[in-house]
Design a binder for this molecule. Structure first.
Ligand code: NOJ
Length: 545
């Protein structure tokens, strides 16, 4: 009997398209739908099963599109709804599924609902969290919650009331206890599903429901300060009531054939809490962020992998591996400094836990090895645009070009996430490297002068490039790893993570010396040259027994 083949979403490799920085079709220095359409063949050649497109809806861009003013249209700077539909059809023709990004925790302050709330139209404020302030004149915020981007999570409006925004002031939080809010988002999902969209990544999936009464948090310093450090017990996050929302969404998805799917962005304190989002009548997948927080240490990688797989298995869900995204330091840079012994908790988002210059040669070596580990594991894998080019974080952007609201809201202490959002280099020329027009106004964030070397054009010419490593890995992955079964560890060496799945093995060496490899196996793919009888440091290999 032929082995069972999993549904596509249980084993897929999904490529994250940060649309503003992926490809520019009209030469204005900002990525767009037209640019993405011209690069679909690139993605097909790379071998990905699906793309996830960051928010592409009309937005004042208070937070790079995560402030949506109309959920049923396309941001004019990115294109039109007709172009979006053409893109969906063209992607499908190439065998690429399309996931969008839904932003349900908050709208833009320019959304019709929030304008109505500001105008104090009857009932309009109830769709958000408006409250009177504290203190004799009501001039202190209603509670002590902090915004993820810095400063209080409340802004006062002209008539003296305050509204809640866990992120920027331009992102007022919706009140998910309101029936209209729930109904509206189910309609929005259906709007895009009717247009052929295959699923959604859910932004801040753990934030929609707040504890009743919006009580103070016990420790405001340990609060919603950081997107990636949601603590247990904070009244803004991971409330049990949120699961009811997703049961409703699952029912919407199941009305469609083929079934539409969800992937949750939920920074919750444990994999047990994460698994609750993955119960059979809720969401299909959720990013397993411990993998993206793990230092380059084999023993930590092993623990993180075991924990993620075990927790997902309790609810019959596939694990979902991610090395980086548009909110965190690029993998190359994360691995280019010394590696702490634990999951990186402090200052980690900017990769600056150590006062060291980055060594990108080592960082690239490790990032390439990490990719082979990620792509050999069971479940789904997300690749953030530019990972396949081994791009580094741009840490020296001039302050006056920074766009991330974190920079301003933190009082200019946290540089924010712009450094991982730089427009991709396509050609081995000078900036803008085929992104936008040579004579145009420049890219929306400046690119480093040396990025021609890492451009798609340069890497296509080089058989040993990271781009070609990804292409090879994605070509081999379906036969070697997809549906290959459980992870069986082969050693408990602190510097080596080695596992077998089916007839194949993946070995990675995070130590400083060479590691002997089994002499009965043949090398299928290696992240660096020199793999044979031994595995050099900071290298991974796929073997067939
Ligand atoms: C998570 C997104 O990934 C991030 O970019 C955004 O700033 C916040 N959610 C708020 O929407």
């Amino acid at each position: 009997m032929a082995p069972a083949v999993s549904p596509w979403w249980q084993t897929a490799v999904v490529y994250q398209v940060y649309i503003r920085s992926f490809a520019d079709g009209n030469g204005d220095g900002v990525g767009d739908v037209a640019g993405l359409r011209t690069r679909l063949p690139y993605l097909a050649r790379l071998g990905v099963d699906a793309i996830w497109i960051n928010p592409w809806y009309p937005s004042p861009m208070a937070d790079a599109g995560y402030d949506v003013s109309d959920y049923r249209d396309i941001e004019p700077a990115y294109g039109t709804l007709a172009e979006a539909q053409a893109l969906i059809a063209e992607a499908h023709e190439l065998g690429i599924r399309v996931l969008l990004d839904i932003v349900p925790n908050h709208t833009s302050d320019q959304h019709a609902w929030f304008r109505a709330a500001l105008a104090d139209e009857p009932g309009a404020r109830q769709r958000y969290h408006f409250r009177a302030g504290r203190g004799p004149n009501g001039d202190a915020p209603p509670n002590n919650w902090q915004s993820v981007f810095g400063g209080p999570a409340w802004t006062r409006v002209a008539d003296g009331q305050w509204y809640l925004h866990l992120f920027a002031p331009g992102q007022p939080d919706l009140n998910w206890d309101h029936d209209e809010v729930r109904a509206e988002f189910e309609h929005i999902l259906a709007f895009w599903f009717d247009r052929g969209v295959d699923g959604f990544r859910i932004d801040v999936a753990h934030g929609l429901i707040k504890e009743a009464g919006l009580p103070d948090t016990a420790d405001p310093d340990d609060a919603a300060q950081s997107l990636v450090q949601s603590r247990a017990g904070h009244p803004a996050w991971d409330q049990d009531g949120v699961h009811d929302v997703y049961r409703g969404w699952r029912a919407v998805a199941e009305r469609y054939t083929p079934e539409r799917i969800f992937i949750a962005e939920a920074w919750v304190p444990s994999n047990e809490r994460l698994a609750r989002y993955l119960r059979p009548d809720e969401l299909h997948t959720a990013f397993q962020f411990d993998f993206l927080r793990a230092p380059w240490r084999a023993e930590v990688l092993r623990a993180v992998v075991d924990d993620a797989i075990a927790a997902a298995a309790t609810v019959g869900a596939p694990p979902t591996w991610v090395l980086s995204n548009h909110d965190v330091t690029r993998t190359v840079t994360r691995f280019s400094r010394s590696q702490p012994a634990h999951l990186i908790e402090t200052d980690w988002e900017r990769g600056r836990w150590a006062d060291e210059d980055p060594d990108h040669v080592i960082g690239r070596r490790r990032a390439r090895a990490a990719a082979l580990v990620q792509l050999a594991l069971p479940g789904t894998a997300y690749v953030y645009q530019g990972e396949e080019l081994a791009l580094e974080e741009v840490e020296d952007l001039p302050d006056d070009v920074r766009q991330d609201p974190t920079w301003v809201q933190s009082g200019f202490t946290d540089v924010g996430r712009d450094g991982c959002r730089i427009p991709l280099p396509w050609t081995a020329t000078d900036a803008p490297f085929g992104f936008g027009s040579e004579s145009g106004s420049g890219t929306w964030l400046p690119q480093p002068a040396h990025w021609g070397e890492y451009s798609v054009e340069a890497q296509e010419r080089d058989a040993d490039s990271t781009l070609n490593l990804y292409r090879d890995a994605l070509r081999v992955r379906p036969t070697l790893w997809r549906d290959a079964g459980d992870v069986k560890w082969l050693t408990t060496d602190a510097d080596v993570a080695a596992f077998e799945r089916g007839g194949a093995q993946c070995w990675v060496n995070t130590g400083e010396g060479p590691v002997p490899l089994p002499d009965t196996a043949t090398v299928v793919l290696a992240s660096a040259p020199g793999v044979g009888a031994v595995l050099p440091p900071d290298t991974a290999v796929w073997l067939r027994s």
